[in-house]
Ligand binder design. Structure first.
Ligand code: FAD
Length: 354
């Protein structure tokens, strides 16, 4: 009964803090279960905003992300707005281009527009009558004992809101996570890599893509690299990963965050980048965040929505997998810059694909 007004509310309040990619999707998951869902997002409504600030213009959506979208009936819509990328296209120094397929014939990942995906997810969340989106609400503080949250509004006033469950989806620099750091036995590490990133746009030539569109293009250059993902308007977004002082350009930092546990009692749980920010080289940050939602949902079924049992089980199941994604992303930081460049790698991939 997706989006149907007949679903009656269970009246337990779930507050999703952060209306980014994972928060907006998560709101759909909780709303589908009949909870009263309140999303609190610090930004204004990006569907009305003239400029949407944020990270990467487009992203690679893969199988794990698609599965989660499918669960809330959004897969087809989002896939139809994406561009399939069947292989990486390696650009060598000499200008030679060599494709390395992602999988078997017919398998691909998709290049999707981040802002559009976020807007679609917010609109989908809003179709549930038991969901309310609160923009311009910046979480300042919250209590693990009472579930009371304090939000700051753009005019400086504050608002207090209580919830039965708080879901921290407020990104890599999560304000929700700050309470976790004050508690005993909370493990936390964050690592900035020396490279930063910048984005450039490659316009179409004669109204056509300037390069072959169905590839994730890579220029591996050992000390730095560039990647390009296609957009529906026939542009490419180039992401340039460089050492900060290389060109003295204002590159954005990239951070990897690992922590454990992901929950406090039966009151709060972290998901998405708030739980596990990863460096972007594996293209799995959002996908892993989307998978968090589906894993949590399955555990909710197994434990009949008893938060007391669900939250520790979620930590037990999810932490090792998310940490593995973080490690793989860090490994790919080297692989995409250097290994894909090596003759040995190209040979191995060539052999693997037969
Ligand atoms: P975010 O997208 O960061 O959303 C957090 C939300 O919380 C934001 O809307 C923010 O405004 C809000 N917020 C923050 N603080 C507060 C507060 N105090 N109160 C209320 N709201 C708050 N992943 C992929 O899967 N594939 C890719 O190809 C890919 N490419 C990437 C390329 C780059 C250059 C980068 C930097 C990342 C890439 N990622 C990719 C990772 C992906 O962007 C993240 O994993 C994803 O955005 C995480 O979603 P999230 O909702 O957890 O966090």
């Amino acid at each position: 009964m997706e989006g149907s007004p007949e679903r009656h509310s269970k009246k337990k309040v779930v507050a999703v803090v952060g209306g980014g990619l994972v928060g907006a999707l998560n709101a759909c998951f909780f709303a589908k279960r009949g909870f009263d869902v309140e999303v609190f997002e610090t930004r204004e409504d990006i569907r009305q905003a003239k400029i949407v600030k944020g990270r990467s213009i487009n992203l690679a959506l893969s199988h794990r992300g698609r599965q989660a979208l499918k669960h809330v009936g959004m897969e087809e819509k989002i896939v139809s707005q994406g561009i399939p990328m069947h292989a990486r296209m390696i650009h060598s120094l000499s200008g030679k281009q060599s494709p390395i397929p992602y999988g078997k014939k017919g398998q691909y990942i998709l290049s999707v527009d981040r802002a559009n995906l976020n807007k679609e997810l917010l609109t989908e969340a809003e179709t549930y009558p038991n969901t309310k989106l609160n923009f311009d609400h910046k979480l300042q503080d919250w209590s693990a004992e009472t579930g009371l949250m304090t939000f700051v509004r753009p005019d400086g006033s504050t608002e207090e809101v209580e919830a039965d469950l708080i879901v921290g989806c407020d990104g890599a620099f999560s304000a929700i996570r700050k309470q976790f750091l004050r508690r005993s036995r909370f493990n936390y590490s964050q690592t900035y890599i020396p490279h930063g990133y910048m984005e450039l746009t490659m316009p179409p030539i004669n109204e056509e893509f300037a390069m072959k569109p169905n590839y994730l293009h890579i220029w591996p250059r050992n000390t730095f690299m560039m990647i390009a993902l296609p957009n529906m308007d026939k542009t490419f977004t180039l992401t340039f990963s460089l050492l900060r002082d290389y060109f003295r350009l204002p590159a954005q930092a990239m951070v990897s965050v690992k922590c454990s546990p992901y929950h406090i009692g039966d009151k709060c749980v972290l998901m998405g980048d708030a739980a596990h920010a990863v460096v972007p080289f594996y293209g799995q940050g959002m996908n892993a965040g989307f998978e968090d939602c589906i894993v949590f949902d399955e555990i909710m079924d197994r434990f009949s929505e008893d938060f007391n049992a669900v939250l520790p089980e979620y930590t037990r199941v999810r932490v090792p997998d998310d940490h593995a994604i973080a490690d793989l992303a860090m490994y790919n930081y080297i692989e995409m810059r250097a290994h894909v460049n090596s003759k040995w790698f190209l040979f191995r991939k060539h052999v693997d694909n037969f």
